[in-house]
Design a protein around this ligand. Sequence first.
Ligand SMILES: [Zn+2]
Length: 287
Amino acid sequence: MMTKGVECLANSEVRELEHGGLRCKLQFNPGRVVSAAAKVDAKSIAARPCFLCESNRPTEQRGIDAGDGYVFLCNPMPIFNPHFTVPTLEHRPQFIADCLPKMLELAERLSGEYTVFYNGPKCGASAPDHLHLQASPLGATPFEEQLITDADNFINWSVTGDVSVGLTAEPAAPAIVIAGGDRSTVLAHAQKVIAKLAEHFPAEPEPMLNALALHTDGQLRVVLFPRASHRPTNFGTDHGQVLVSPGLVDMLGLLITPRREDFDTLNGEAVARIYREVSRGRRELQI
Ligand SMILES: [Zn+2]
């Protein structure tokens, strides 16, 4: 399966789009169709064997201990080269409060090399029933490039000091950025922001969001994309619908299109509409 996935990635096509200053890329990767079209309702999830549980994994899929009961695995259907999935050994549900400390710790350990990220159970995770993070090469998406090289123009900082908190400027998808040099302080601020999101946008088991952590030049940055919906209104596999199921990577300006017709026809305006539909508005985020 992994051979097929790596081949799919190697043969994938990339197209760049720009719309009113919004920079993004489309990746045509047919191997991702299972993930994009995955049914993630409780009944469908309960009916399939969990592919992140060790007992159901292919015997040749070896892992590397990531500490604290987590393991690094190669994602068999990668978006990046390399692309790691980092599940817990224990089968328990996707829940940001449980894995946020680990996300920051891994980002710091993988400083300058990898971004560590999280998809909420209704925001792109194809295994919402099994807690997991992912890791991708640092700076591989348009959003990360801007965050790393041009943060002061890209983010409207509202609090500065030991920890800075800000909101991304137009036209990127609205995201809250928390940055600082000390991991425990950044973690405490990120937890506070998530608690506020839970208050303003109550949902079970947590406010809808995607998250990432990356560490460069002594700075740890956590980015939260609060979400309004799981998939765009015209999501689907029929003609005229769009098979884009946004997770963190899509929110970062790398949209995965497993179907040729979406890759060929999506334009900057359509992508901006997808972001508007699935994101919380900037005004809603002045919390
Ligand atoms: Zn599992």
